[in-house]
Ligand binder design. Structure first.
Ligand code: TRP
Length: 429
């Protein structure tokens, strides 16, 4: 449940719809599903196996199991955790702001067709966005500082069903809007002429981001697992839950996008512009809006904790810092790095070669470092630590893991080859 809590977050509700909108809808969704089932599930199982065997953080696990240059994969994870959290906290801050806006004028303005203006005004407020970033980081630092992330698993058990419930209500509202069919067509009827190499790379990046893969988080969670747990089964559950939430979020967003004439390729603001309009067309819209953004905030928060745990665990294990020092020093550094992201969406700082700072941070981690990390992890279990991995995923032969051969060859050849090809064809700034 804690791993599912790490996986389900802004990636599903904020990032998935806007990336799907940007890369053409249904065809992208199909590619995404294929990526998740073939590459995502295999890499997740590989990460869990590595962690459960070594019982250490990612850097330590690679060092213990193989040594050589392998711990670099762990350091890549440290880098990703650091950079992703810096902008993730910015978006989590938006979610918090929208929670409070639900009872302000948000419903009225959205009903008057001004949801885009509200969003634009909010993200271009340099003080407010930075203050929200600091508030979110303060809470994240506080929880990790005191090492109380134990409550995370419990909160997931309540939170996730609630998030599911409210998404179902929203889907019903959204698909019954006049003009919703056009959106369903965009989201569900694939037009493969829209597929590009860049889009396929984006699908891989989104798959890794949404499942929290490629940077050793699942290695850390694997290290907490007992030796008799059925990891292939666990992997299926996490992947299904995470994917279900993403698909459901799309079913809310796209019918509404087309019904209200929002631009599907609007970028990072898509969810924040579209949802308030949906809420404004519902009885008790303010209440639903508040409940939804509160749940999304908690989902984002559990993910943010998992990102920060990676950074903090590494500095404890590798730099030999105390937990308190790690949480505070790293937390402050991440908050500082978040400031340009927070300011960039409103256009307050110059772009980096045509990308907002936030987009640039997102691009480097999701489209470059994480797929590379996933590829190395797959190669590691496929070729270097194969016997150990085999014993681990089958609980020393106790389990009958039907897809073992498929998994092995995906790790050996298919996943690394796909990722390499996608890099060659799709890596464009
Ligand atoms: N998976 C989370 C989401 O979808 C984000 C996240 C948490 C993450 N931990 C991660 C992404 C580790 C990559 C790696 O919102």
């Amino acid at each position: 449940m804690a791993a599912a809590g790490s996986a389900v977050g802004l990636g599903n509700v904020w990032r998935f719809p806007y990336i799907t909108g940007k890369y053409g809808g249904a065809a992208f969704v199909l590619i995404y599903l294929a990526v998740v089932v073939v590459i995502g599930m295999s890499v997740m199982l590989a990460e869990l196996a590595i962690g459960r065997k070594a019982k250490l953080d990612a850097v330590g696990s690679f060092r213990k199991l193989m040594g050589g240059a392998w711990p670099i994969v762990g350091w890549m994870g440290f880098f990703c955790g650091f950079v992703i959290l810096s902008y993730y906290a910015v978006i989590a801050g938006w979610t918090m702001a929208y929670m409070f806006k639900s009872f302000g004028g948000l419903m009225g303005e959205a009903a008057a067709g001004k949801a885009g203006d509200v969003f634009g005004a909010f993200v271009s407020d340099p003080v407010l966005t930075v203050v929200y970033l600091c508030v979110v980081m303060a809470v994240v630092i506080g929880v990790v500082y005191r090492g109380i992330s134990g409550g995370i698993e419990k909160s997931c058990k309540v939170l996730m069903p609630a998030l599911f419930g409210i998404l179902i209500i929203l889907i019903i509202r959204s698909v019954t809007l006049p003009g919703a069919t056009e959106g369903l067509r965009f989201y569900l009827l694939p037009d493969f002429s829209k597929v590009s190499g860049e889009g396929v790379l984006a699908a891989v990046g989104q798959g890794f981001f949404s499942l929290s893969l490629g940077m050793g988080i699942m290695i850390t969670y694997g290290s907490y697992l007992g030796n008799h747990e059925n990891m292939p089964h666990m992997t299926r559950i996490i992947v299904c839950l995470d994917t279900a939430v993403a698909i459901m979020a799309g079913l809310v967003i796209f019918p509404a996008v087309f019904a209200f004439g929002v631009d599907a390729g609007a970028g990072p603001g898509l969810t924040f512009v579209t949802l308030p309009i949906v809420f404004s067309k519902m009885p008790m819209g303010g209440f639903f809006s508040f409940a939804f953004f509160a749940l999304l905030f908690i989902a984002a928060f559990t993910s943010a904790i998992s990102l920060f745990e990676v950074v903090v665990t590494y500095s404890i294990d590798e730099l030999h810092w105390s937990r308190a020092k790690s949480a505070i020093v790293m937390g402050l550094a991440i908050t500082l790095l978040g400031v340009p992201s927070a300011l960039s969406v409103g256009g307050h700082i110059p772009q980096i070669f045509g990308k907002d700072f936030l987009d640039a941070a997102d691009f480097v981690t999701n489209n470059v470092v994480m797929p590379l990390g996933g590829m190395l992890i797959a190669l590691f279990v496929g070729w270097f630590w194969t016997k150990g991995a085999t014993d681990e995923v089958t609980n020393n032969g106790e389990l009958n893991f039907k897809y073992y051969t498929a998994w092995l060859w995906i790790c050996r050849v298919i996943a690394p080859l796909c990722i390499a090809l996608i890099f060659i064809n799709g890596l464009k700034w």
